[in-house]
Design a binder for this molecule. Structure first.
Ligand code: KE4
Length: 439
């Protein structure tokens, strides 16, 4: 029987507050967490319970300090507790936290998104990326009258039943459920093919009439695996040839890899775009958008139903607007330079230690793939040395650097990561690579 009672905090001698919190959490939350990756099981250690964050720094419940590269998995592109975001939040909260009615501020946020992402003339906000993706897929199916959906292995679009799917046997076959509880019927209309595989894309489009081709334009859920040259353009052409909508899931890349997201970098215009994370500045917010002609199929303008109690929540809108206001041209120059310095330094540190890695990076995102071969798809990502990655992460955490606790995630540097944080990170990485090399 545990000495720790789940109903109150006790700090017993010989333990730490994080350890006690974890023991209590295990009795109250599945795996002790509210989202799986936070449990740090992929890197073989217990989760860190965060006490507070400020800028690029996190402190845990025992007062340990870390340079944070998770940054809430992407929303905190300006760092933790940015003064401008906090001021906007407190001003909004003083006027009430939620109304279930339209506000001027959500109209302003929609206008700012439309200015930044020209393919979005109209959008609908939701409270999570999962909801936004689910709704965008429903819209694509409604307007095309089709059910089939094409996605890419290793891409993650939230935990929608039809998208928790793994490739079926044969390139263009129906997908199989990737989780218990997902009915076969839910994934029967989903086709999963390898990322960066032009031939598989051609074969799938020859075999199916899709409602949508859904992609993270720069995947970051198998680690960062950029599209091959011309692949996004092929997605656009394939969707047009197939009569399908092209849907870019920019929940991670939106407002991060460029002012207008990955579609701006590539010069490829999707029919629908899914946004999240940065749009809420650290509060629950996401959105899906596209042309007015498409979006006016959504209720109450049209008959495609979608709703949400807290959609466009005033606090999330305030934090999102304040965050976007910080993202001017100079901000992207800074974020791009920080990411490049980290990527180059990490690659050099690994090479000096004789550890074979590949570093994939784009403004605001990077992944250190523990693979001697370039990672161009999910099979490559799964071929990484996961034990070495886990050991490297544990060594980084011991040295005050908080990397994403999974090889299949990305580092999220922010505007708060300055030269001092980069130097500390690279020094810790050098030691951590040396530790891994001696394993
Ligand atoms: P949410 O439902 O978690 O707000 O968004 C789902 C989602 C959709 N699309 C993309 C490209 C995403 O990366 C996500 C969620 N991202 C993960 C991190 N890779 C969230 C972290 C977590 O699940 O705890």
């Amino acid at each position: 029987m545990s000495r720790i009672r789940p109903d109150r905090i006790t700090t017993l001698p010989g333990t730490t507050r994080s350890a006690e919190l974890y023991e209590r959490a295990l009795a109250l939350l599945p795996g002790g967490v509210n989202s799986p990756v936070r449990a740090m099981r992929a890197i073989g250690r217990k989760p860190i319970f965060v006490e507070r964050g400020d800028g690029a720094t996190l402190w845990d419940a025992d007062g340990n300090r870390y340079v944070d590269y998770v940054c809430s998995w992407g929303p905190l592109i300006a760092g933790h507790a940015h003064p401008r975001v906090l001021a906007a939040l407190s001003e909004a909260a003083a006027r009430g936290t939620s109304f279930g009615a339209p506000t001027a501020e959500e109209v302003e946020l929609a206008a700012e998104v439309a200015r930044r992402v020209p393919s979005i003339e109209m959008l609908r906000m939701t409270s999570s990326g999962t909801e936004a993706t689910m709704s965008a897929v429903r819209l694509a199916r409604a307007v095309t009258g089709r059910e089939a959906l094409l996605k890419f292995a290793g891409a993650y679009h939230g935990h929608v039943d039809g998208l928790l799917a793994q490739a079926g046997s044969g390139l263009a076959a129906a997908a199989l459920p990737a989780s218990p509880g997902v009915p076969a019927a839910a994934t029967a209309a989903t086709v999963v093919i390898p990322w960066n595989d032009p031939d598989a894309l051609t074969a799938a489009c020859a075999a199916h009439r899709f409602a949508a081709i859904l992609a993270e334009p720069i995947p970051a859920n198998m680690g960062v695996v950029p599209p091959r040259e011309g692949f996004l353009q092929q997605l656009r052409a394939s969707a047009d040839g197939n009569g399908a909508l092209l849907v870019f899931d920019e929940v991670i890349t939106g407002f991060r890899v460029a002012r207008g997201g990955a579609q701006e970098r590539a010069g490829v215009t999707p029919d629908l775009t899914i946004l999240g994370k940065v749009i809420g500045g650290g509060l629950p917010a996401a959105a899906y958008g596209g042309s007015r002609a498409l979006m006016e199929h959504i209720a109450p303008a049209g008959d495609v139903y979608q709703a949400g109690t807290l959609s466009g929540n005033p606090l999330a809108v305030a934090a999102g607007r304040a965050t976007l206001e910080l993202l001017d041209a100079a901000a992207y120059d800074q974020l791009s330079a920080t990411t490049a310095a980290l990527a180059a330094g990490l690659a050099a540190a690994a090479a000096d230690a004789g550890v074979k890695v590949g570093v994939a990076a784009v403004c605001g995102l990077l992944t250190v793939h523990f693979n001697s071969e370039p990672v161009v798809d999910y099979a490559g990502a799964r071929g990484c040395d996961l034990d070495a990655y886990a050991a490297w992460c544990r060594a980084l955490l011991d040295r005050g650097v908080y990397p994403p606790p999974s090889q299949f995630e990305a580092w999220f540097p922010s505007l708060a990561h300055g030269e001092r944080e980069v130097e500390q990170t690279l020094a810790a990485a050098r030691d951590a690579f040396a530790e891994v090399a001696c394993r």
